[in-house]
Ligand binder design. Structure first.
Ligand SMILES: [Zn+2]
Length: 124
């Protein structure tokens, strides 16, 4: 379980998810927005990767990549094989883009990304 500065809670996939290595001011708004959207659609919010795991080179998951000290990206559970139908995945994405400021990129179903939703704060 992770709690944002606003008091919003999110579940973690397992102990491998590293929230300590994230830049909290960058990732907390993702969780605040996602918790509302997931709740509206009746799903639990589960973070599957933060400042951990293996991602593409230069990924904003990595603590050394972004403008700040800490990871600026999160992956959220949203795969069909975890019980999220395509229409719901698209709706989650749409609502996240509405709620988050423009500096956040939401990469999901509409961009051919079906295993999870990747969200990053990209100030470049
Ligand atoms: Zn990702």
């Amino acid at each position: 379980m992770y709690t944002t500065s606003e008091g919003t809670t999110a579940l973690l996939k397992d102990a491998s998810v590293d929230m300590q290595g994230t830049h909290k001011p960058s990732v907390d708004p993702i969780i605040d927005a996602a918790k509302a959207v997931y709740s509206e659609l009746g799903y639990d919010l589960i973070i599957t990767s933060a400042a951990d795991g293996t991602h593409s080179e230069g990924s904003l998951h990595y603590t050394e990549t972004g403008r700040f000290d800490g990871g600026q990206a999160l992956d959220l559970r949203c795969a069909q094989w975890h019980g999220y139908p395509k229409e719901d995945r698209l709706e989650i994405e749409r609502r996240l883009r509405q709620r988050l400021p423009a500096e956040y990129d939401v990469v999901g179903q509409s961009l051919g990304h079906t295993s999870h939703i990747h969200i990053e704060r990209d100030l470049s």
